[in-house]
Structures are given as C-alpha cells and as structure tokens.
Write a protein that binds this ligand. Structure first.
Ligand SMILES: C[S@@+](CC[C@H](N)C(=O)[O-])C[C@H]1O[C@@H](n2cnc3c(N)ncnc32)[C@H](O)[C@@H]1O
Length: 312
C-alpha cells in the first residue's frame, strides 16, 4: 500500500526552519518524509538531515521517498524523540541548524485497518506507533481503572461523556475483555445519550484519540523533548513545532515562552541574582495556522498550529 500523507504547513515549515545549502537538520517525526524531502532539496548537495520515527512503516516509506538523494546527505533512525540526546550523540552530531516536530500520527495510521487506530475499520485494539512496545489500546481499555479511563478520555479526548464511557467500558469488560475497535465503538455509542450522539462527528472520535494519546504517551514526553532539542541548536538555529491538539500546543507554547524569558529575580533587586538568560527568541509572533485553501485540500491540516523559535 502506498504511504499517502500530505505534509502539513509545508511552505511555513520551510520558511521558519530557514534551512539553506549546507544546513544540518533533524526531523524528529519523519513520517512519509514529506517535509524531509523538501528540506533535503534546500540543503543539498552539502547538507545533512537526520530523520527519526518510531514507526517502521513510516521509515520504509521514507527510505523510498528519499532514495533519489545521496546517502551521505541523510540518515534514518528508528527511535523515539524522547531519547533525542542519545540518538543525536550516537549519530555523531554536536550542533544543528534546525529541528522539526510534526506531532501525532500520520494518515497511514488511520488508513491501515490492522493498526487498530481507526473507528472506521474492525481490527484488534492496538494503536501503537512503535509496534515493539508492550502497551496496547487493548491493555489500556481492559486494565486501567474507571477513574484513570475517565481522566484520559476527558483530558486527551475533551469528551463531555468521559465518565459515562469509562463506566460502561468497565462494566462491559467484566462480561468479557474488549478486544476489537468495533466492540469499543459499540460501547461508546451506548454510553453517549442518543441526542448527543446525533450531533457532531463520529461518536467514537474523541475517545479513540484519547486512548491513542495514552498508548503512545504523546503528551507527557513533549516538555522534556522540546527542552532537549533546544540544547542541540547552534546560535541562529531554529526549532519548529506543529501540533494538532490543544494540550500539545500548550506544552509547545509554555516551553518556548519559558526558554525565551530571561531573569526571574523578584522585582526590586538591585542586581540579578538568578543569572538566568534567555535561550530563545520566538519568531512566530502569533501561532501559525493553515490557510482555508490548505484545509480544503487536506482536512487533516485543520487543527494544525505551528510555533517556531530561534536559538540566541
Ligand atoms: C504527522 S506524522 C509526520 C509526517 C511527516 N512530517 C511527513 O511530512 O510525512 C508524525 C510521525 O511522527 C511519528 N512519531 C510520533 N511520535 C513520535 C515519537 N515520540 N518519536 C518518534 N516518532 C514519532 C509517527 O510515527 C508519524 O510517522
């Protein structure tokens, strides 16, 4: 099956990451290499791109997409960007000109039924981006407490009926384990009152999103990963983050704001005691969003938010 994933905010990524001939760039979320390919076009023949992804299918697709470039210009690594320090050290890098995070899952995760991400196909409840990890969606659904499930569905899915859905999941699994996506969809539909079910999109959309975020620990690794990434930028180097969920964007905004702040001494001290210096300058004054045209062509882009900052 072809790996079809339209790179989101491509022109904006190229503008903000400011990669030029000879630059060294890290793409922490390689996916189908849509952004990586366009970056390589700008930085070659001298530049170098390190592409990271946890998903073997993405890495295979990226290898095909990037085959036209010389192997000296790029290297692809299976890994989780939460281990950025280790991955970049192992790759022999010491400072880089740009780091890109295009967070979340790619279209392929939803399009391949057997990965268990989609409420549109019946499949085992899996949802792992990294298929070598232990935790699956089936384990979350069948072993987490009612309170944990309710919190995850509410926080990560922003689902109004989180508590009812969590209660019915726990009740149902006492009869038999919940094994498939369609079994979970049925439970969610039963838990949501009929009038609410008829409003908006698919009733399982938010709960599936929440469980996927939990399985892949998508939010909790971000703060440290962004801070680690900034340390690898050389002065003038840029970090670019595209998020698709308000919680992801909140972490991006908070970290970039924090690292772009200087002295934190209480007002009134004659001299600075904390010695804290700003590490970043934010270069996206307002969060960057896709144009209506891009959203019309690629509905997945709708929730995208881009933030970028430059190392001082
Ligand atoms: C939105 S897609 C990226 C698409 C890519 N920019 C393109 O143009 O094709 C996100 C990719 O990041 C990967 N990913 C998500 N979280 C990751 C993590 N913590 N570490 C490494 N890769 C991750 C996913 O497997 C997916 O392939």
């Amino acid at each position: 099956m072809e790996y079809l994933h339209e790179p989101v905010l491509l022109a904006e990524v190229l503008k903000y990451i400011r990669s030029t001939r000879g630059s060294t760039i890290v793409d922490c979320t390689l996916g189908g290499a849509g952004h990586a390919e366009a970056i390589l076009d700008l930085i070659t023949p001298e530049g170098f791109l390190l592409g990271i992804d946890v998903d073997d299918v993405a890495l295979d697709a990226a290898r095909i997409k990037l085959a036209r470039f010389s192997q000296q210009n790029y290297s692809l690594v299976k890994g989780n960007f939460k281990d950025l320090d280790r991955i970049l050290t192992k790759a022999g890098l010491y400072a880089v000109d740009g780091i890109l995070f295009d967070l979340g899952v790619s279209s392929i995760h939803f399009d391949r039924a057997e990965r268990g991400f989609s409420f549109r196909f019946d499949a085992p409840l899996d949802m792992r981006m990294d298929q070598s990890q232990d935790l699956t969606a089936a384990q979350v659904v069948n072993t987490y407490s009612k309170d944990e499930l309710a919190r995850i569905i509410k926080d990560y899915g922003e689902e109004r009926w989180a508590s009812r859905i969590a209660s019915l999941i726990v009740k149902s699994r006492q009869v038999h384990p919940i094994r498939t996506t369609f079994e979970l969809v049925d439970i969610i539909k039963k838990a949501i009152p009929a009038p609410a079910r008829r409003r908006g999109g698919h009733p399982a959309r938010q709960t599936f999103q929440a469980i996927r975020i939990e399985v892949n620990k998508e939010i909790e690794i971000l703060d440290k990963s962004f801070r680690d990434a900034v340390k690898w930028l050389r002065p003038g180097g840029r970090i670019v983050i595209i998020s698709y969920h308000s919680l992801e964007d909140r972490v991006a905004k908070t970290v970039l704001k924090d690292l772009s702040g200087g002295c934190v001494c209480p007002p009134g001290l004659p001299v600075c005691r904390c010695g804290r210096k700003a590490q970043l300058k934010i270069v996206t004054r307002k969060v960057v969003r896709p144009s209506p045209n891009e959203i019309a062509q690629n509905p997945r882009a709708e929730s995208a938010r881009l933030r970028a900052a430059e190392r001082l």
